[in-house]
Each structure stands twice: as C-alpha cells, then as structure tokens.
Write a protein that binds this ligand. Sequence first.
Ligand code: ADP
Ligand code: MG
Length: 285
Amino acid sequence: MAKKFLEISQVGIEFPTPNGVFCALRGVDFAINEGEFVSIIGHSGCGKSTVLNIVAGLYQATEGGVILDGKEVDEPGPDRAVVFQSHALMPWLSVYENVALGVEQVFKGRKNRAQMKSWIEHNLELVKMDHAMHKMPHEISGGMKQRVGIARCLAMQPKVMLMDEPFGALDALTRANLQDSVMEIQKELNTTVILITHDVDEAVLMSDKIVMMSNGPAARVGEILTIELPRPRERLALAKSDQFNFYRQQVLSFLYEKKGVVDFDEAKKQRAVPDQTKDTVEKIS
Ligand SMILES: Nc1ncnc2c1ncn2[C@@H]1O[C@H](COP(=O)(O)OP(=O)(O)O)[C@@H](O)[C@H]1O
Ligand SMILES: [Mg+2]
C-alpha cells in the first residue's frame, strides 16, 4: 500500500527585498506517495521553483514545513537529488566522472571501487549514455547532457527526485525522447518524482497527479488533478484519447480561466471551457 511519503504542510515563504518583504508562497499544502510522479504546473514566476527549493532544503520555509519519510527537511541532503533545466555538469570531468562524483559522495565506505564502477555504468546504461561515458561535456549534445544529469541523480538513489523544468531547453524531438526515457526509468525503479513544468502536455503525459498553482504573490495550490491514464503511456495514442484531452482541458482551464483567482470556489463554478482554448496553446509563459 502506498503511504504518505512526502508531506508539504502549509508552507509559506517570505523574501526580504529592497522594497520590503515579498510573500512568494502561502499555505502550500499537498502530499505525495512513494513511487508517485507528481508535476507542479503554474505560470512563470508563480513560485514553482521556490516550492522545489524548499523541498530540496535550499530554502527555509517561513511557515509550515516539509516531512520526507518521517523526517523534517531543513537542509539539502543526498536523499533529494535535483535535476535543473541546465545540466550543471562539471566541464572538466568526463561523463563517467560526473556521475562518479555523486556516487562517491553517497556510497563512500559502502561500495568498493569495483562496485562503484559497475553502479555508475549501470546508471549510464539506464539513460542510454553508456556508449559516451568517456566523453567530455563539450563533446555531447544538450539532450545527452540532461541524460547524464539524470543518471547522476539516479545513481545517488535519492528518496525523491526533484526536476525543475528539465526538458525546457531542449528541442521538441529530444524532449519527447527524454520524457519517454524518464517515464520508463521511473516505472522500472518506482522513483518518487516531483517535476516542475509549464508544459500542459508534458504534465498530463507524465504525471500521476498534477498540482496546479495559483499566481503569486502568496501563491498556493489551486487544484490537484489525478491522472488515471494507464501506463505505459504512448504519446501518439494519447493524442487521440478523449481522456487525455479531457485532462489537458482541465489544466488549460485552470491556467487560463482561473489564473490568479483567489476564490477557487467561485472559479469552480466557471468550469466550462471555451472552444477556442482547445488545441491552441501548447506552452505557457
Ligand atoms: N531568493 C529570492 N529572493 C526574492 N524573491 C525571490 C527569490 N526567489 C524567488 N523569488 C520570487 O518568488 C517568486 C516565485 O519565483 P519562482 O519560484 O522562481 O517562480 P517559478 O519557478 O514558478 O517561475 C517570483 O516573484 C520571484 O521573483
Ligand atoms: Mg522556476
């Protein structure tokens, strides 16, 4: 049985700015089960990365808190690995060495040299990068660098993988390939994932749950949509699926009709989706 694995409880955060205190989040509240794939979607600047940074332990919430597997999060740790939009590989280290960096940190004293080597190679195989393990970052494409970033995360065996718009900088075809790879790996390893995105199709395709955030300041969770599409999910078949398009409409409706709406009960009454929203906008921000 799935249990509440990660709880984000009534999280608020205020940032000091030259113009006074800025309240970015207020009362952000949701929970994630072990092995669940959850996306957070919202308009640019609403506070998605801030939520992720609080879960990562990089930011301290001003109110509320985060509990992961029964322990309060108050600093960064290897149990929460982050994949950023830009790959953040060390340019002077090879693909293999970049993954090794994380592995040595986490498994020091627990795996010997040979075990570490095979573990690094295994994770590079998972992301289909074993063929290029001795290449340097400048010798590989943007999509390949993101694959290495994902391998580095997976190899640390985090309790939760935090992905902040990891496909945002990639061309459409590379993005689709990488989305498929991440879905395959997530299914195989039962990884718990939080994915930040502003891409509606990506959120519906990949997620078990979509957390939709209202616009800031004082952004909060507007609605949570459960995606009950069977896995494995195949993008071509789903494009023709009524259920997929229904979910897509729900997210578009939230983002375009209710953005910044504080009175969510009122927003729910305005449910009907106008025809012109259909198939018009793929990406937001
Ligand atoms: N360290 C910070 N100091 C001040 N303001 C910040 C800081 N980090 C984020 N913000 C503000 O919080 C809001 C949410 O930012 P962010 O989480 O990056 O949005 P998103 O990822 O949804 O685009 C923005 O208005 C941003 O300017
Ligand atoms: Mg962001």
